[in-house]
Structure formats: C-alpha cells, structure tokens
Design a protein around this ligand. Structure first.
Ligand code: DER
Length: 241
C-alpha cells in the first residue's frame, strides 16, 4: 500500500468517525490533513454532512477548502470547536507531537487548543520512541533580530545539544530548498532545532522555548492529542492517551 493510500485511509477514517452535522471543525495542514479536508468536502457534497463550518489552519488549507465549497469561519467568530483533525511529523508513546514541518504550527496550535477533540492522523512512519532525532522541532520567531532569538533558544539548558537551522524556502510556500528565508502565513521565520538524542522532557522544553522573548510559538504539541489514528501495513488502528 502506498504512503499516499495510508494517508488517505486515516484522513477519511478520522472524518467518518469524528465529524457530525452541525459541528465546528478545525482543518489541519499537510499531505495527510489534505485527505481529511477532501473527505469533508465529499460528505458535504453528498449531503451526508450538513450545517458544518470549518476553520482552516493555513492559507493553503483555506484555498483547498474553498475549492471544495466548504463553508469557512475563523476563530474570531468561533473560539470553540467540536473537533480538529491534523497530521503530525512525530508521535511519541505519550501521544505528544512534533508538528510544523509544513510551517503552519502557529495557526494549527491556535485552532487545535480550542477544539474539544484533537484527532491526529498519521502513517506509522511518524511513530517514534522519543521526540527529536526523527524530526527537528520547528520554532516560529519574529524576523526582528532573528539571529539573536535563534541564539537565545539554542542556548536554553533544556535545548542542550540542539543544532538550530533557519528554515529557507521560496516565501510563497515555505519549501525548505529555497535560497531565501522562508516566511510563514503570519510573516514570521522558522528555526528548526535538530537533535541527535531523544528529548528527555518535551513538556519542560516546550515551556522554556515559549518563554524566550522573540519566540511566537513552537512545534511541540504536548498533552493535546485526544486520539491518534494510525495507518500501518496491517491496517488502521487508534491510540488514545
Ligand atoms: O506542518 C504540520 O504541522 C503538518 O501537519 C505536519 O505535521 C504533517 O504533515 P504531513 O501530513 O504532510 O506529513
């Protein structure tokens, strides 16, 4: 089974299991969340889902949702959501996540902390024993004196041993391979913190990074997952905290 097929399976399963008519639904960002958005559009079109409004977590998810005719609102009018569905770059045994590979971590976290249920959808390549080595931790920082802020984050005791890399990319879509500094939907930069060893205390690191003045937010999503739906070679299964 191709990885895309696995992503489609979990994206569709999450919508079928958790999205009901009348709900306010957070739509995630990335290649797995793409399929969840696709499924919402399909069920609205068929009439199986009615009266839902959705909150996109990035410009590109907003554009995909608009192309499918999905009714959209924002947190300004809907601070509470029934469910949010999104992918992740890494999932540890406690279902803490690294997110932000797609550069959307701020809007994702703003939406997902307000959802009664946050459903994470991954293929099993995202599962790890400890966050860090498998995927660098993204940190969204303000462009003003970004070298300074990078240094402040990298020198945190809880980030000891990390290698900070400013994310480069063509500013339109945050691709990593560009020759200019990538800019998020919010006009900020991203520093990716590379770790050789598993992070010992992700919760402590999350707190410490957030306290650095100049940091907007980071890709450690601790104690937020309601359930993780995983597509593996043996089929789809669910883990709950
Ligand atoms: O950038 C993000 O937070 C994405 O949700 C990422 O964590 C997962 O993207 P993928 O489904 O394309 O791997």
């Amino acid at each position: 089974v191709s990885q895309d097929e696995l992503k489609k399976q979990v994206g569709y399963q999450a919508v079928d299991d958790y999205v009901k008519s009348g709900m306010v639904v957070g739509l995630g960002t990335g290649s797995t969340a793409y399929f969840a958005v696709e499924r919402v559009g399909e069920l609205l079109k068929s009439g199986e889902l009615k009266d839902i409004v959705c909150i996109p977590t990035s410009v590109r998810t907003k554009e995909q949702a608009e192309s499918l005719g999905i009714p959209l609102v924002t947190l300004d009018t809907h601070s509470k959501l029934d469910v949010a569905i999104d992918g992740a770059d890494e999932v540890d045994p406690d279902l803490n996540l690294v997110k932000g590979g797609g550069g959307a971590l701020l809007r994702e976290k703003m939406v997902e902390v307000m959802a009664d249920k946050f459903i994470v959808i991954v293929d099993e390549s995202k599962l790890c024993d400890g966050l860090g080595p498998g995927f660098p931790v993204p940190v969204e920082i303000t462009p003003f004196c970004h070298e300074h802020t990078m240094r402040q984050v990298a020198s945190l005791p809880s980030c000891a041993g990390c290698k900070p890399v400013l994310r480069m990319g063509s500013s339109s879509n945050n691709q990593v391979d560009g020759d200019e500094i990538a800019v998020t939907d919010n006009g900020n930069y991203i520093v990716d913190l590379h770790f050789d060893e598993p992070i010992k205390d992700a919760r402590k690191m999350a707190e410490d990074i957030k306290k650095v003045v100049g940091v907007v937010d980071h890709g450690l999503f601790c104690d937020m997952s309601t359930a993780v739906i995983i597509a593996g070679s043996e089929g789809v299964y669910k883990k709950e905290p």
